[in-house]
Design a protein around this ligand. Structure first.
Ligand SMILES: Nc1ncnc2c1ncn2[C@@H]1O[C@H](COP(=O)(O)OP(=O)(O)OP(=O)(O)O)[C@@H](O)[C@H]1O
Ligand SMILES: [Mg+2]
Length: 452
């Protein structure tokens, strides 16, 4: 049952139990103290009454009418609370009527309470002698009054305490309810996010901690929405780029491959015809042969160009180190005014084909960005292994490209270059950081490698 209770329900239940316990402890304490309290009160009243009577009866015989005086004393004393005094003759028979106990002011205690307090009626006899005739004044304690008073106090406290506890409970329930109100909105917003509605937001409210969580969730939703939108745009762009590339390659195959093949075919059939003739001219054969060679050369170059576009030339053949050096060389040739320093740590072992391609693409895009946007005079490329491991035990390579250019404009959105870079790295389980300042921009990526 406890598990099924909401947080609000649990807090309220605990609060109710706590208040009820407080009330019960207080009442329990009063009930426990009732017995000793009644007894102490009893004894003190009897002692007082006895001293009082002894004092009064001392000079009784000097009164003009001692009998009347004694009866008067007995009647007067019968009005005392908690104690009754009866006059008895020598045989123990009462000479004054017994006192009638009735206290309308207090509520009658229940039998169990009376039994619990367990009162013992105490009676003390004070002997008196009037003109030599023995009699006695019997003082009897009446703890019922005291018990009723205590019971009345307990009931009143229970009533007042219950009202206060109820008021406190409703007040706290209200406060807790208000403080935890955003939890419901948070759960709803999370459900919407789960369903792909990244525009879901929660109005920050309630306790400060919950308000902070609401704000963070809103931020998270916004970031998630942007990331998903970036991904969608990237996928769209990838599809359209792929289409464009295919169309371009098809056009080149058609425009370049087609004529060369046609011309080769023409030369080949001319050669075949020459061979069928009686006396083939060596010059004519040579002419066709060299034309065919030229066209085959052109075809080879064309073939290389297409392959270059399909994948970075030389990455597999030369390896990452040489391919990157060749890339820097090309940039140095086209931009001699920019100092490009490339450091590839000797400790970097083989990283695997996928990581190689990713590292190459990161450096390629970062360098392109430096020359397109940074206006830098120096750029540093460092690739080194790092201690950090991925969760599946693979090692990582850190790729850092930093320039001393103008840095990114504040609020600048990432374009396809950096978003694509991030997607590639995330797909491998790595991370990308772009830090921009007055001193230039640094792109730092952790790329998981094949080696551990
Ligand atoms: N090294 C840099 N120095 C200064 N600004 C930069 C640098 N690199 C990137 N930027 C800024 O960040 C923006 C996003 O870069 P990104 O590579 O994502 O897109 P892009 O280069 O504009 O276009 P493309 O999709 O063709 O790469 C750039 O438009 C540029 O304003
Ligand atoms: Mg770019």
């Amino acid at each position: 049952m406890w598990q099924n209770l909401s947080l609000r329900g649990r807090i309220n239940l605990l609060l109710a139990l706590l208040l009820a316990l407080g009330l019960a402890v207080n009442i329990g304490r009063q009930v426990a103290e009732a017995g000793p309290r009644v007894q102490a009160e009893d004894q003190s009243v009897i002692r007082l009454a006895r001293e009082f009577i002894e004092m009064i009866v001392a000079d009784l015989n000097e009164a003009p009418d001692p009998d009347a005086r004694l009866n008067q004393i007995a009647r007067d004393l019968s009005r005392l609370r908690h104690v009754s005094i009866t006059l008895r003759d020598a045989g123990g028979h009462p000479l004054t009527p017994p006192r009638l106990d009735a206290d309308a002011d207090t509520r009658a205690p229940p039998a169990w309470f009376v039994a619990l307090v367990h009162p013992e009626q105490t009676a003390v006899s004070v002997p008196v002698s009037i003109r030599g005739k023995p009699a006695s004044l019997v003082i009897t304690s009446h703890p019922d009054d005291e018990i009723a008073e205590i019971w009345d106090g307990i009931v009143t406290q229970l009533e007042v305490g219950s009202v206060i506890a109820l008021a406190l409970f409703f007040l706290m329930m209200n406060v807790v309810g208000r403080a935890l109100a955003p939890l419901q909105s948070l759960a709803e917003a999370m459900g919407k996010l789960e369903g792909g509605h990244y525009d879901a937001r929660v109005a920050p409210g309630g306790a400060p901690e919950l308000a902070a969580i609401c704000t963070k969730l809103n931020h998270l939703a916004a970031t998630l929405g942007e990331a998903v939108e970036d991904k969608r745009r990237l996928a769209e762009r990838a599809v359209s780029l792929q289409d464009m590339e295919r169309k371009e390659i098809a056009r080149e195959l058609h425009d370049e491959f087609g004529p060369y093949l046609f011309s080769l075919r023409a030369h080949a059939s001319a050669l075949a015809k020459l061979a069928d003739g009686r006396d083939p001219s060596a010059d004519a054969v040579r002419k066709h042969g060299s034309a065919m060679l030229e066209q085959i050369n052109a075809l080879q170059q064309f073939n290389r160009r297409v392959l270059e576009r399909l994948r970075p030339v030389g990455l597999a053949e030369l390896g990452l180190r040489k391919a990157l050096e060749s890339l820097s060389r090309l940039w140095r040739q086209s931009h001699p005014d920019v100092a490009i320093e490339t450091v590839i740590s000797p400790a970097l072992g083989p990283t695997g084909e996928t990581a190689d391609l990713t590292i190459y693409r990161i450096v390629q895009e970062a360098l392109t960005n430096v020359f397109r946007h940074a206006g830098a005079t120096a750029v540093n490329v460092v690739i080194e292994p790092v201690e950090q491991m991925t969760h599946d035990g693979r090692g990582c390579a850190r790729v850092r490209v930093s320039d001393n250019g103008r840095g990114m404009e504040p609020g600048q959105k990432l374009g396809f270059g950096l978003v694509g870079m991030r997607e590639r790295i995330l797909a491998l389980g790595g991370t990308l950081n772009v830090v921009s300042g007055d001193a230039g921009l640094t792109v730092e990526a952790l790329v998981p490698t094949a080696s551990s």
